[in-house]
Design a protein around this ligand. Structure first.
Ligand SMILES: [Zn+2]
Length: 206
């Protein structure tokens, strides 16, 4: 993955009024992430999709997502894409409930794009789907891994990768914690999420 800047850098770099932002958010997030981006509403596109997933190029569900992202990037000339996950995500938690997903085949099919994150969290915890004991730490690991995985998925789309390469487009991974009133940004340099410092929860970032 290209070493895109974190939200921390973005705060300082993008304030020239030319920024336009696509936010890929999750429907059970208790707040709209748009409120954390200091841009006029006309410069923000918020796309709400279960698990804040961005299916990779040529996947079965790629058509609709690709159309949304393609339109934003190519026609609306979005300069930033933010994949915004959140704590206590019900979508992520449901990945660990295969019996529940069996009753929702469409949701299950869609969430397979987050299975990598689930499996990584299980492996780190030394558990399997059969032996899983769902803990906040497990959900957190899956949530963070999922955000990073979607950043990689985005870059499988040639029209995204080429613009990231030229610097026309920056992509960011954010994790919103409503309970702590803070937003963390993924830093590729440290491969970790860091709190975006020095900004109040109202009217922040970009
Ligand atoms: Zn969610």
């Amino acid at each position: 993955m290209k070493n895109t800047p974190s939200g921390i850098d973005t705060v300082h770099r993008i304030s020239n009024g030319a920024a336009k932002c696509l936010i890929i958010a999750c429907p059970d997030c208790p707040d709209s992430p748009s409120r954390f981006v200091r841009l006029p509403a006309s410069r923000i596109i918020e796309w709400t999709v279960a698990g804040n997933l961005a299916p990779p190029d040529k996947s079965k569900e790629e058509g609709q997502s690709s159309a949304t992202i393609r339109k934003a990037v190519l026609e609306d000339w979005v300069t930033h894409i933010i994949v915004c996950g959140h704590s206590n995500c019900r979508m992520i938690e449901s990945l660990f409930e295969p019996e529940l997903l069996k009753t929702m085949p469409y949701v299950s099919a869609w969430l397979r794009h987050a299975e990598f994150a689930r499996d990584a969290a299980l492996a780190e915890a030394g558990m399997t789907l059969e032996t899983v004991r769902v803990t906040p730490k497990l959900i957190r690991k899956a949530t963070e891994t999922n955000i990073v995985a979607q950043l990689k998925n985005l870059q499988t789309h040639r029209f995204v990768a080429s613009r990231v390469e030229t610097g026309e487009l920056q992509i960011h991974g954010w994790l919103y914690e409503p309970e702590n009133a803070r937003v963390l940004a993924f830093s590729p340099a440290s491969a970790a999420f860091h709190q975006i410092e020095g900004l109040g929860i109202e009217g922040m970032i970009l």
